[in-house]
Design a binder for this molecule. Structure first.
Ligand SMILES: [Zn+2]
Ligand SMILES: [Zn+2]
Length: 139
C-alpha cells in the first residue's frame, strides 16, 4: 500500500515528520511545525560544524585505537591541546608521519618543544603558539 499523499500519522514538528512529508509527498507547511523543525536541525548541524571535529574524529579514533590499544599509562607527552578530542593530536612526533589526511607536523626552530603532530591546521596553529612560548633562550 502506498503512503503517497497520506497525511495521517505524520509526526509534525519534528525532523521525523519532515522526512515523512517528503516520503509521502505531502507539502511541508509552516503551520504544522515541520519547517521549523528542519531549521532547528540545520542550525544544530552548522553549530556542530563550527565546533570543528565531529565527522573526522571518528575515523581518526579508529586509526589511533589500533596503534595505542593496551596502553593505559599516562604518556609524558600527552596532547598539549586539552580541548581537542582527537587521540594523538599534539603528541610528540613519532618517526613515521601520521597517514591521516590533514594532519600537520609542527616544529619551531629554536624551541625547546619537540616536533609534534596535530590533527588539523587549527590545532597546529595552537601548537606553534605554544612552541614559541618555549623558545630555548640559551641557543
Ligand atoms: Zn508537518
Ligand atoms: Zn587536534
Amino acid at each position: 500500500m502506498s503512503v503517497i499523499g497520506q497525511e495521517e500519522g505524520i509526526q509534525h514538528g519534528s525532523m521525523r515528520g519532515f522526512r515523512q512529508h517528503n516520503r509521502r509527498k505531502v507539502p511541508v507547511t509552516e503551520a504544522c511545525g515541520c519547517l521549523q523543525a528542519k531549521r532547528d536541525e540545520d542550525a544544530a548541524k552548522s553549530a556542530a560544524r563550527q565546533a570543528g571535529t565531529a565527522p573526522r574524529a571518528a575515523a581518526q579514533h579508529r586509526w589511533n585505537g589500533s596503534r595505542h590499544s593496551g596502553t593505559s599509562r599516562p604518556e609524558a607527552n600527552t596532547a598539549v591541546r586539552a580541548d581537542c578530542p582527537t587521540e594523538g593530536c599534539g603528541q610528540e612526533a613519532a618517526d613515521r608521519f601520521p597517514k591521516q589526511r590533514g594532519w600537520v607536523r609542527v616544529h619551531v626552530s629554536g624551541s625547546t618543544d619537540p616536533a609534534r603532530d596535530f590533527c588539523s591546521g587549527s590545532c597546529a596553529t595552537y601548537g606553534i603558539a605554544l612552541a614559541e612560548l618555549r623558545m630555548d633562550n640559551a641557543a
